[in-house]
Ligand binder design. Structure first.
Ligand SMILES: NC(=O)C1=CN([C@@H]2O[C@H](COP(=O)(O)OP(=O)(O)OC[C@H]3O[C@@H](n4cnc5c(N)ncnc54)[C@H](O)[C@@H]3O)[C@@H](O)[C@H]2O)C=CC1
Ligand SMILES: Cc1cc2nc3c(=O)[nH]c(=O)nc-3n(C[C@H](O)[C@H](O)[C@H](O)COP(=O)(O)O)c2cc1C
Length: 161
C-alpha cells in the first residue's frame, strides 16, 4: 500500500468537517453514532451519503431499520459527540439529550443545528465501511448561533454570521 492507514488518518485530520449524531429507530431498535463522514450528493432527489463502519454497535440497527436521521451538532454539543463516538451502551447515549421523532421514526436531536430525516435507499460496501445513500424526507432547522467543526482531532465553535 502506498499510503498507510496512519498516514491517511493523519492527513484526514487536516480536513475540517461538520460533526453529526446519526440516529435510527425501528424494528431493530434505537441506536446512534457520531459521524463526520457525511456529504451532500444531489438535490434531485435531496440525498446525503453517510459512511458507517460495519463494526460499529449501531450498524445492525441502521441496516435493518433502513431509516436514519443526520443531526448536525452545534456549539456546546462536544460531550454528546464524545458519548456517541465512544463505547457507551446505546440506551445511555440517548439519555444525555432530548429527542423528538421524525416522519421515518428516527430520533431527532431537539437542539441540533439542523436535522435531516432520511430513508436509506442504497448501500455500497467499501473497505471497512458501508456508504449509505440516504434520501432526505424531512428537515428541521435549529436556531443555533454557533456551529461545531471537527478539525485537528478537536472541536471548534464557529459563529453563524
Ligand atoms: N469515518 C470514520 O469512520 C471516522 C472514525 N473516527 C473514529 O473516531 C476515533 C477518533 O478519531 P480522531 O480523533 O479523528 O483520530 P484519528 O487519528 O483516528 O482520525 C483522524 C481522521 O481520520 C479519519 N478517520 C479516522 N478513522 C477512520 C476510519 N476508520 N475510516 C475512514 N476515515 C477515518 C477521520 O477523518 C478522522 O477525523 C477513532 O477511533 C476513529 O476511528 C473518527 C472520524 C471518522
Ligand atoms: C468526531 C468523530 C467522527 C466520527 N465519524 C465517523 C463516521 O463518519 N463513520 C463511522 O462509522 N464512525 C465514525 N466515528 C466513530 C463512531 O462514532 C464510533 O465508532 C461509533 O460510535 C461506534 O462505536 P461503538 O461500536 O462503541 O458504538 C466518529 C467518531 C468521532 C469521535
Amino acid at each position: 500500500m502506498a499510503v498507510s492507514k496512519t498516514e491517511f488518518r493523519q492527513a484526514m485530520s487536516r480536513l475540517g468537517a461538520a460533526v453529526h449524531i446519526v440516529s435510527t429507530d425501528g424494528p431493530a431498535g434505537r441506536a446512534g453514532f457520531t459521524a463526520s463522514a457525511v456529504c451532500s450528493v444531489t438535490d434531485e432527489p435531496p440525498t446525503l451519503l453517510v459512511c458507517l463502519n460495519r463494526n460499529a454497535s449501531a450498524y445492525a440497527a441502521v441496516k435493518r431499520n433502513a431509516v436514519l436521521c443526520v443531526n448536525t451538532l452545534a456549539a456546546g454539543h462536544q460531550a454528546i459527540s464524545d458519548l456517541f463516538g465512544g463505547k457507551t451502551p446505546q440506551d445511555q447515549r440517548f439519555e444525555a439529550a432530548e429527542w423528538t421523532r421524525g416522519a421515518t421514526g428516527a430520533p431527532l436531536l431537539a437542539d441540533a443545528a439542523v436535522s435531516f430525516d432520511c430513508r436509506v435507499v442504497d448501500c455500497s460496501a467499501v473497505g471497512t465501511h458501508d456508504v449509505l445513500i440516504c434520501e432526505v424526507v424531512g428537515t428541521a432547522l435549529g436556531g443555533a448561533s454557533h456551529g461545531l467543526v471537527y478539525f485537528d482531532r478537536r472541536y471548534h465553535e464557529v459563529a453563524a454570521a
